[in-house]
Design a protein around this ligand. Structure first.
Ligand SMILES: O=C(O)CCC(=O)C(=O)O
Ligand SMILES: [Fe+2]
Length: 332
């Protein structure tokens, strides 16, 4: 059954802030619509063009930027998002673009992106600004203590260096018979690791499913053209002592309408917004969060007895899902 995900028009108002918080507390996923000046449709269209340009480029070019231990680069059939339950890796290709510095990528760019560094950087900036707007609204709804930064509390905690990643995803058509719709999956069940994720999807390319936190069953997510899907990641959930839901989701092979038809390609783009690496995940100074009791960041210690940092959490997750097979940044 398809899940009705709330659609919120993004505005700088307390009402919008409380609607966002409500969606984040219940489902952990919400569609937002934004003014074209905030996220121009032409920019998103351009990213789809660049995505196709990259994924259709020769594999020798892609291999020059294979995934490295800093989680940047290209991978194919490499990640296993649900290592406990999957028998083989996700049926997908992905390219992870890490943070830029002074407008320049800090990783080798594939030949197919050689002329696009500026527009990739500008798109990342648009995504980052949008995430900061969302985080400001969460800060307002959580009523973060004004003396501690109030609405701006998240802002200085979301700059560089961080694990923030713009990820291009491609789930290729797989012929019927070459995969098991029961055992195999395009992206295994997982929750996202950072603060918030923006997900861009294309009409007629479904497949995303959400594990409903209350009914504990899987639901397909309808693709809404011109809306951006936002979901809460583990860190924001931890930071809010579990008030905000980091909901489990996956990407399945959609059932073909006609049994002879193979499931079609799916492209998606995810922007994973992470806090600064060294950020200690100590409780958010908010009465709402304090009232959640001793959970998440409200608990006295993180893993291994110390305070969990944003980077520590990300590294733990990547170790499990990459298993680790990637190369060091110096190419070893
Ligand atoms: O491709 C999608 O729709 C979702 C991808 C995803 O959930 C992820 O990479 O974390
Ligand atoms: Fe995800």
């Amino acid at each position: 059954m398809e899940l009705p995900v709330s659609v919120i028009s993004l505005e700088d108002t307390p009402q919008c802030a409380s609607s966002l918080l409500e969606a984040a507390k219940t489902l952990g996923f919400v569609y937002i619509t934004v003014q074209d000046s905030v996220m121009p449709a032409s920019r998103i269209d351009r990213m789809w063009e660049l995505s196709k340009q990259f994924f259709s480029s020769p594999s020798e070019q892609k291999e020059k930027c294979v995934i490295s231990k800093d989680n940047t680069g290209w991978m194919m059939r490499f990640e296993t998002l649900d290592p406990k339950n999957q028998r083989q890796p996700d049926f997908k290709e992905a390219f992870n673009l890490g943070e830029f510095k002074d407008g320049k990528a800090q990783q080798p760019l594939p030949a197919s992106f050689a002329d696009n560094e500026t527009e990739l950087n500008e798109f990342q900036d648009l995504c980052h600004d949008l995430c900061l707007k969302l985080l400001r609204l969460f800060a307002i709804a959580l009523n973060i203590d004004p003396a501690e930064g109030g609405a701006e509390w998240f802002t200085p905690r979301h700059c560089s260096p961080s694990g923030t990643t713009l990820r291009f995803l491609y789930y290729p058509t797989v012929a019927v018979g070459e995969y098991s719709p029961v055992l195999d999956i395009r992206a295994g069940a997982h929750s996202d690791y950072g603060s918030i994720t923006l997900l861009f999807q294309r009409p007629s390319e479904p497949g995303l499913e959400i594990h409903h936190p209350i009914t504990k069953s899987w639901h397909a997510v309808p693709v809404l053209p011109s809306a951006i899907l936002v979901n809460i990641g583990d860190l924001l959930s931890y930071w809010t002592a579990g008030l905000l839901q980091s909901t489990v989701h996956r990407v399945v092979f959609p059932e073909p309408t006609n049994p002879e038809d193979a499931p079609q390609d799916r492209y998606s783009i995810a922007y994973f917004c992470h806090p600064v690496n060294e950020t200690p995940l100590t409780p958010i100074p908010s009465e709402v969060v304090r009232s959640m009791g001793e959970r998440g960041a409200n608990a006295t210690s993180g893993s291994e007895g110390g305070v969990l940092t944003a980077e520590g959490h990300l590294k733990e997750k990547l170790r499990a899902t990459y298993g680790w097979k990637g190369r060091e940044k110096d190419g070893t």
